[in-house]
Design a protein around this ligand. Structure first.
Ligand SMILES: C[S@@+](CC[C@H](N)C(=O)[O-])C[C@H]1O[C@@H](n2cnc3c(N)ncnc32)[C@H](O)[C@@H]1O
Length: 242
C-alpha cells in the first residue's frame, strides 16, 4: 500500500474505539499468561490500550509495556488500572528496555505489524536477549486460512446497520506476504478509511525465526483455552523458550 505509515495506523480514531473492541477471549488470555508469568515482571510488546495488560496486572503480575502510538497510550491512561503500567514509547521490534523478563508476549496478531522478514527476525532476536534463562516468548498470530482469501483477496461485511455499513477489504501479495487491508465505514456522514498493512507468516516460518534467535517452540495451541492447533484453527498461540 503506497505511502502507508505504520506509526500512524493506530491514531486517535482507532484508539478511541479500541477499549470497547474486546474479542471475547480476554479471560482465557489472561489466565494463560498469568500461569507463565509466575512472580516475575512481564513485558507486553505493543500494549495498545491495555486490553490484556490491565486485567493481567490486576491479577498481581508486575508488567511493563512497549508501544509506538501515543494515541493508544493516551487512552490506556484513561482506563481503570491504566496509569500503573510503565510504558516505553518505541518500536517493539527493538525491545527498547533494559530489564530481562520471565514472560514477554505479543498478542492480537500484532507480530504481523512488522512488515519485513528482517524486522520479524530482529524482534525474535531482541526478545531472546531480554528473556531470563527460563523465560518464554508467547506469540498470538493469525493462521493463513483465517484470512478466507479467494484469488488473493476478500471483502467481508463486518457490520450492516441502519446508519453505517462497515466492510473489511483486503488484497494479499503472496510474494511479499503483505496484506493490504482497509476497514471501510459507509454512513450518511461519508466514507471513512482505516488502512492497515500486515505481513503474514506460516507457523513454520515463525519457528525458524525463533531458531535464529536461539529459541525453540515449546507449545502451540489453536486458542488461549489450549485447544489443539489444526488446519481449522482461527488462532495460533505459540510459546517459545531456550
Ligand atoms: C491490534 S493492537 C493490539 C493492542 C493490544 N496488544 C491488545 O491486545 O489489545 C496493535 C497495537 O500494536 C501497536 N504497534 C504496531 N506496530 C508497532 C511497533 N512496531 N512497535 C510498537 N507498537 C506497535 C499499535 O500502535 C497498536 O497499539
Amino acid at each position: 500500500m503506497k505511502d502507508f505509515d505504520p506509526a500512524k495506523s493506530f491514531g486517535p480514531a482507532i484508539a478511541e474505539g479500541d477499549p470497547y473492541r474486546l474479542r471475547g477471549d480476554e479471560d482465557e488470555t489472561v489466565a494463560f499468561l498469568r500461569d507463565l508469568a509466575g512472580d516475575e515482571r512481564a513485558l507486553e510488546l505493543a500494549i495498545g490500550t491495555g486490553r490484556i495488560a490491565r486485567p493481567l496486572a490486576a491479577t498481581g503480575v508486575r508488567l511493563d509495556g512497549i508501544e509506538i502510538s501515543q494515541a493508544m497510550v493516551d487512552v490506556l491512561r484513561t482506563q481503570p488500572g491504566g496509569t500503573d503500567i510503565p510504558v516505553t514509547m518505541g518500536n517493539y521490534r527493538d525491545v527498547p528496555v533494559d530489564s530481562t523478563y520471565r514472560l514477554i508476549y505479543v498478542v492480537y496478531n500484532t507480530i504481523h505489524n512488522l512488515l519485513t522478514q528482517d524486522d520479524q527476525v530482529q524482534c525474535f532476536i531482541n526478545v531472546a536477549n531480554h528473556l531470563t534463562d527460563d523465560g518464554v516468548f508467547v506469540v498470538e498470530a493469525l493462521p493463513h486460512g483465517a484470512l478466507h482469501l479467494s484469488d488473493n483477496q476478500y471483502v467481508h461485511a463486518e457490520s450492516v446497520e441502519l446508519k453505517e455499513v462497515r466492510l473489511d477489504v483486503a488484497r494479499y501479495d503472496p510474494v511479499t506476504q503483505l496484506l493490504d487491508e482497509s476497514h471501510v465505514s459507509l454512513s450518511p456522514g461519508g466514507v471513512r478509511l482505516f488502512p492497515i498493512v500486515t505481513r503474514h507468516i506460516w507457523p513454520s516460518e515463525m519457528d525458524l525465526m525463533a531458531r535464529i534467535a536461539g529459541l525453540r517452540l515449546r507449545e502451540r495451541w489453536g486458542a488461549w483455552d489450549r485447544r489443539p492447533y489444526d488446519g481449522a484453527s482461527r488462532n495460533i498461540v505459540s510459546v517459545f523458550g531456550r
